[in-house]
Structures are given as structure tokens and as C-alpha cells.
Write a protein that binds this ligand. Structure first.
Ligand code: ADP
Ligand code: MG
Length: 236
């Protein structure tokens, strides 16, 4: 059964219909990818799901509760957590302290023995005593994911985790993300890197102008002529 059931979701910014009635089912046992051209509504979808914006219409049912319009902290407490395109942490605190703070505030059972286990999983043990502000960009990105994991999410929404990373860093991060469903953490992933999406996602949803134009197993979606058209139409 789907953990997250979205129906008829709408969000408008002035004259722009960022979400024009989106239906979506997300299960926690596989990674679902959300793709689409710039401005197609991907980030808005994550923002509306996690309560950053209130939808104009539609239902967002998470583990049996309609959470549409609930505040972000209440939604996070239920285990529905997003990361931002920009890495966020307290720069003056150490890596271990950043993860420790998130861990201390978690509300859910976590598939880790403690914050050290998360640092170990993320390959950040060596940097645990370093101030977060001194980490190189690639490791700062990983810290962002470590902090998100420390909140004990049941479904993690990742918005362009590979942005700004080089090919090797993206591949390493991808291998870590790939392991999350095995630890009972569902993942919904936005990224422009189609090689990364093909490696990580079992299923893809394609948005265009706030509308879902395709959905299905990753390979089939990437070979769908409508999807290819949309990408070629938007990208020279
Ligand atoms: P994507 O993440 O797919 O690139 P977004 O969800 O960021 O797309 O944007 C969808 C549309 O909504 C775009 O036209 C964008 O300009 C608009 N939009 C998104 N957020 C805001 C906002 N906070 N204020 C005004 N317009 C916004
Ligand atoms: Mg975006």
C-alpha cells in the first residue's frame, strides 16, 4: 500500500499554476524519481507536501492522515522530511554536534544505534570533530543528508542532492541513497542527472507545467516519446 497518496494537488503563484492538479502515490520500499524541465513544479511539489506552502486544493494523505496545510514541524514529526537544494547546517558546530542535535530531537524510531552510526554510514567519521563550516562542499552536502537522516525520517524527499557535486561525489552519494529503502527509509528524489536517476529510481514521474505527463518504470518512462519531446522542447 502507498504510504503517501496525493490527489488533485494545486498550487498557484500569481498567474503561474505551479501544480495544476497532481495525483501521486509513493511507497516506501523503492525510490521514486520526479523529473521535468526547470519550472515544471518539482520543488513546489516537495514544498507543498512538507507544509512549506499550503495547497490551493487537493489531498495529501500520509500514513492515513490528511496533512495538507499542516505546519512543516508537525509533518516532520510524522517522519515526512525534505532536504533543500542548498546544504544547511550550523557552521560553527562540529559535524558530530550538527548530527547530534537533529538526533536528540527525533520523534520516530530510527534504524541506527546513534548519531555515530549515521556518521559512519555517511563516511563522515573522520570529520566528526571538525566545524561544519570548514568542510569542503562535497562533504557539507553529505552532512546535510546525515542531519536529515538523524531526524529519523520514514520518507525522505531529496531535492537535487547531486547539484554542485562532481561525477565521483555524485556517484558516491547515489550509492548511499540507494541503501536507504533497505533501512526502511522511503526516498523520493528530484534530480536533473538522468544517469543518476536511472541508477537509483525504480519508477519515475514526469512533470511539465505543473501536470503529470508520464509515470512508470524508469526505463519505460525515459524511452517514452512524449517525455523525450518535452525535454527536447525545453532544452536546446
Ligand atoms: P522546478 O523545481 O521544477 O524547477 P518550481 O517548483 O521551483 O519548479 O517552480 C514551478 C513554477 O512556480 C515556476 O514557474 C516558478 O517560477 C514558480 N514558483 C515557484 N516557487 C515560487 C515562489 N515562491 N514564488 C513565486 N513563484 C514561484
Ligand atoms: Mg527545483
Amino acid at each position: 500500500m502507498a504510504a503517501l497518496e496525493i490527489s488533485g494537488l494545486r498550487k498557484r503563484f500569481g498567474g503561474v499554476e505551479a501544480l495544476a492538479g497532481v495525483d501521486l502515490s509513493v511507497t516506501r520500499d523503492a525510490i521514486l524519481g520526479i523529473v521535468g524541465p526547470n519550472g515544471s513544479g518539482k520543488t513546489t511539489l516537495f514544498n507543498v507536501i512538507t507544509g512549506v506552502f499550503r495547497p490551493a486544493a487537493g489531498r495529501i494523505v500520509w500514513e492515513g492522515h490528511d496533512i495538507a496545510g499542516h505546519p512543516t514541524h508537525a509533518i516532520a514529526r510524522r517522519g515526512l522530511v525534505r532536504t533543500f537544494q542548498q546544504a544547511m547546517s550550523f557552521p560553527a558546530l562540529t559535524v558530530a554536534e550538527n548530527v547530534g542535535i537533529a538526533w536528540a530531537r527525533r520523534r520516530m524510531a530510527a534504524p541506527w544505534a546513534g548519531p555515530d552510526a549515521i556518521l559512519d554510514f555517511m563516511g563522515l567519521s573522520e570529520q566528526s570533530a571538525e566545524p561544519a563550516g570548514r568542510l569542503p562542499f562535497g562533504l557539507l552536502r553529505r552532512l546535510g543528508l546525515a542531519v536529515a537522516l538523524a531526524t529519523a525520517p520514514r520518507l525522505l524527499l531529496l531535492d537535487e542532492p547531486g547539484a554542485g557535486l562532481n561525477e565521483a561525489e555524485t556517484a558516491e552519494l547515489g550509492e548511499l541513497i540507494l541503501q536507504l529503502p533497505g533501512r526502511d527509509i522511503g526516498v523520493c528524489l528530484i534530480d536533473h542527472d538522468m544517469a543518476l536517476m536511472a541508477r537509483l529510481c525504480q519508477r519515475l514521474v514526469v512533470l511539465d507545467f505543473g501536470t503529470k505527463i508520464a509515470e512508470g518504470p524508469t526505463r519505460a518512462v525515459l524511452e517514452d516519446p512524449t517525455v523525450i519531446d518535452v525535454y527536447l522542447g525545453h532544452r536546446p
